[in-house]
Design a protein. Structure first.
Length: 210
């Protein structure tokens, strides 16, 4: 697959690294051409530097790997407002939460719904917003169980595409439901972030089944 990556931060690099190792091509774009070129160089021959519009055009999937405050500008630069992403699986891993507290900052609207409004026709999938970037590049511990990455979205084909990319990370995809449930996933991230910053292991606050 050829995956567009909008962003040059830690998550962009971690997922770009994992996906190129799995044999995919990645096309990277960001606000700083120098950072884009540097990241493409670090990722190797399967990675290519581009403008945001180029990275979003004709891809099998696009990852929106920017902070939530930069989403509107990046999607505009990529041509989301004029249909460039129409029909494309668009992965939204953003967390619009108050730092250290985990309270959502988008009001009643889910961030994924805002992304969908900014890129009409894109097949938005909420995914990969809950785990740290370092998880996707470190070697798994012996006998370590794969993590489950919960997703939601309205398009079955897009969910299948993103599910395959999640499996390429060594994780297990689990579709929760339509994009209308994205806020539930975003609240879960806020819950985890709040506990972590309070010094509590989130695993200890969840029931164990079986």
């Amino acid at each position: 697959m050829n995956i567009g990556i909008l962003g040059t931060g830690n998550l962009a690099e971690a997922l770009g690294t994992a996906w190129t190792r799995a044999g995919h091509e990645v096309t990277i774009a960001g606000r700083s051409p120098a950072k884009v070129e540097a990241l493409a160089d670090r990722l190797g021959a399967r990675a290519h530097a581009a403008t945001p519009r180029e990275a979003a055009t004709g891809r099998d999937a696009v990852l929106l790997a920017v902070t939530w405050t930069g989403v509107a500008d990046m999607l505009h630069a990529a041509g989301g407002h004029d249909g460039v992403l129409e029909g494309t699986p668009l992965i939204d891993p953003t967390n619009a939460v108050e730092h250290g507290v985990g309270v959502l900052l988008t009001g009643a609207e889910a961030m994924a719904e805002r992304v969908a409004a900014l890129a009409p026709g894109a097949r938005v999938v909420k995914a990969l917003h809950l785990f740290p970037a370092t998880l996707w590049t470190r070697p798994p511990a012996q006998d370590e169980e794969p993590v489950t990455v919960v997703t939601c979205g309205d398009d079955p084909a897009a969910l299948k595409t993103v599910g395959g990319l999640i499996r390429d990370l060594g994780a297990v995809p689990a579709a929760l439901g339509p994009l209308s449930r994205a806020r539930q996933l975003e609240e879960a991230a806020g819950f985890v972030i709040g506990l972590v910053f309070s010094g509590v292991d989130p695993h200890s606050a969840l029931p164990r089944v079986g």
